[in-house]
Ligand binder design. Structure first.
Ligand SMILES: [Ca+2]
Ligand SMILES: [Ca+2]
Ligand SMILES: [Ca+2]
Length: 654
């Protein structure tokens, strides 16, 4: 018996693992993860099992030394050769950040060659950093496997209430998703086509819902553009070009529906059709500003921050900063008056309006725009009224997910998440890490594994974050997956207007996207599909990232359709295997190019294996016999070979 296995068994199996480089610690079928263990939730105080892994070289002994235990720098733990590398699995407190080195031949300290997260050790060298987390919630929240499990999300929800963790969200950007009624197209004068209304509308969305488009993708939540009426005028963008309000973010009539999209009656028909199919609807709610033509601005100028602030002309990024106090009071453009929610009458009027839309239309949640640009009291007020006036009546959680566009500051994102605040945010920082590891092939899969270890519980046990690869504010995700990939946040400069990128014609970008979406659809969080990304639609930054969705003919290549067909399978698999969204993730194998983990919920275990590389690669510690849910193929473990740029979702054979 390998030492690693002995250690795991000796410790019992109360905790999930967080392993580096695979462990052999709990191979498939082992009693450690079998039925009757009560799931892999985490009891506070239980340690995680962490595997340290070092490639075999000329050395004759390897120890791991570090601060994972008292005296751990003086007395190391020896690694043993097992399954082609030096390994050892040791218990480490859940939530710990471990600093460590490998100690070779009793003489030489080296950092972990497979871990790029390091810090100076104070002696001119580096310590490797491992963030340890196992499980995504305490046992009392993760227990239970019945359909009425609400998993600690929104405590007190009645049995049978919708569990938002099961959500798969699709952003139907209304003007660009589908044109179902040419009579309302009506573009704005003096605006180029790229920034003008292009005809998409509620009728188009209704047609797609009724054709079963979302059911096929496994989508059960649709985020739709701001439905409020916007003005039929042009406005100059920061780039000096004229734009229209096709995106919906310039509201004028806060209680009327945008006529380019349809009528209030049609909007209600869309919502009813969605609900009939078990699909939830989120409105994009824009509460930071209105357009200067709005009556509310004319009638109550004191409800808005003045554009002139003393000597300053306070446009965001032009006279005022985008962040901090400035960022809350600046106007996005000089025709977009910014609500002053320190004024209680203004705040009440805006929150009243948000509640009015919910009660009028029966929607299920809000995607809240530009969260860091408003006063937080607005969110607190909204949440209190949702609880008192909406959730108490419906018995359902009204889901709020915020947009705080910050790629690195998790504390900032988290500061808006909580019981009296948002249910979750779009996970911009995770998106950056996932794109680097899975699509751009920068760094290694160890980076992704390390990051997830620190991210799974970061936003708190009740948080329901939305995970994503693409959205409407960044260049299309397919370009991050290209053979010569764009930078993770690179919008392509002026390519949006002057040199729009072509649809990639080779298979590899679509195959990499498929691997990326397998990851998104088999881990916790609400995966977001930005319309068109299921086809790998091309496009540089705004507005080129909002091309009209192709629906037929030569615009959809075989490669694009191949990706969509993969997405459909993922959607169905996620729906059928609840472990993929409410289970506990534990790593079973990592290498530079491969990553394998299992999602565990009670006796239910699903294995996921990813190969981002351009050659065949193996993953270890897989079940002895398994079926790939994506292909139906039978496979023999524990070592499984993945073709280039591919993924598998495995169920152990009975
Ligand atoms: Ca239309
Ligand atoms: Ca309008
Ligand atoms: Ca503001």
């Amino acid at each position: 018996m390998p030492l690693a296995l002995a250690l795991v068994l000796a410790l019992g199996a109360a905790c999930g693992e967080d392993e580096l480089g695979g462990s052999g610690g709990a191979p498939a079928g082992n009693a450690a993860t079998g039925a009757g263990e009560g799931g892999s939730c985490v009891d506070p105080g239980d340690p995680c099992q962490v595997t340290f892994w070092y490639p075999i070289g000329a050395e004759s002994s390897v120890e791991v030394r570090g601060d994972f235990a008292e005296g751990g720098w003086e007395t190391g733990v020896p690694l043993h050769i097992d399954a082609g590398s030096w390994r050892v699995t040791i218990p480490v407190p859940n939530g710990a950040t471990v600093r460590y080195k490998f100690f070779l031949d009793g003489a030489q300290y080296v950092p972990d060659p497979n871990n790029t997260e390091e810090e100076d050790d104070g002696f001119g060298s580096k310590n490797s950093i491992k963030r340890v987390a196992c499980g995504n919630g305490p046992c009392e929240q993760a227990s239970g496997q019945g359909g009425d499990d609400t998993g600690g999300v929104g405590a007190g929800l009645p049995a049978g209430a919708f569990d938002w963790r099961s959500s798969v969200m699709y952003f139907a950007f209304i003007d660009r998703f589908r044109n179902g009624d040419e009579s309302n197209d009506d573009p704005i004068d003096d605006v180029e086509e790229l920034a003008n209304y292009q005809g998409g509308d509620f009728q188009g969305l209704l047609d797609a819902i009724e054709e079963g488009y979302f059911d096929e993708l496994g989508v059960n939540t649709i985020w739709i553009s701001v439905p409020m009426n916007n003005p039929n005028v042009a406005g100059p963008g920061a780039d000096g070009r004229n734009y229209s309000a096709y995106h919906g973010y310039w509201p004028t009539e806060l209680d009327k529906v945008e006529e380019h999209f349809g009528t209030m009656d049609l909007l209600k028909t869309v919502i009813a059709a969605a609900h009939e199919r078990g699909i939830k609807i989120l409105f994009d709610y824009a509460m930071n500003h209105v357009h200067s033509d709005a009556a509310v601005f004319r009638d109550h100028p004191d409800w808005f921050w003045p554009l002139q602030d003393g000597e300053r002309f306070c446009v965001c990024g032009d006279g005022c900063a985008w962040d901090g106090d400035d960022g809350r009071r600046c106007w996005f453009r000089d025709y977009l008056p910014d609500w002053n929610f320190t004024n209680s009458a203004a705040r009440a009027a805006s929150v009243d309006n948000a509640l009015w839309w919910i009660k009028e239309t029966g929607i299920d949640g809000f995607r809240l725009d530009a969260v860091k640009h408003i006063e937080t009291q607005w969110i607190t007020d909204l949440r209190a009224r949702l609880r008192d006036e909406v959730e108490s009546v419906s018995g359902e959680k009204f889901y709020t997910v915020g947009e705080t566009f910050d790629t690195g500051n998790r504390d900032l994102l988290k500061s808006y998440v909580g019981e009296t605040l948002l249910d979750g945010q779009f996970d911009f920082p995770l998106r950056g890490v996932a794109v680097e590891a899975l699509l751009r092939r920068s760094g290694t899969m160890f980076d992704l594994d390390n990051y997830l270890g620190s991210n799974d519980s970061f936003y708190g046990p009740g948080a329901i974050m939305s995970t994503f690869l693409g959205n409407h504010d960044i260049a299309r995700i397919v370009h991050n997956a290209d053979d010569s990939p764009w930078g993770a946040w690179d919008n392509g400069g002026t390519a949006n207007w002057d040199n729009p990128p072509a649809q990639p014609s080779n298979a590899s970008p679509y195959q990499r996207l498929a691997v990326g979406f397998t990851f998104l659809m088999t881990t916790q969080g609400v995966p977001l599909i930005y319309y068109g990304d299921e086809l790998g639609l091309a496009g540089a930054g705004d507005p080129d990232n909002r091309r009209m969705m192709p629906w037929s003919g030569g615009d959809i290549t075989g490669e694009m359709e191949g990706l969509r067909s993969h997405m459909k399978k993922l959607g169905q698999i996620r729906k059928e295997h609840t472990a993929l969204w409410r289970g506990t993730r534990s790593t079973v194998w990592v290498s530079n190019d491969t990553y394998a983990y299992r999602m565990t919920e009670g006796p239910s275990i699903v294995y996921v294996a990813l190969n981002r590389g351009d050659v065949d690669a193996t993953v270890e510690n897989m079940p002895a016999g398994a079926t790939d849910l994506l292909t139906g193929n039978a496979l023999t473990g524990p070592i499984i070979t993945l073709p280039p740029r591919s993924s598998m979702i495995l169920l152990e054979s009975p």
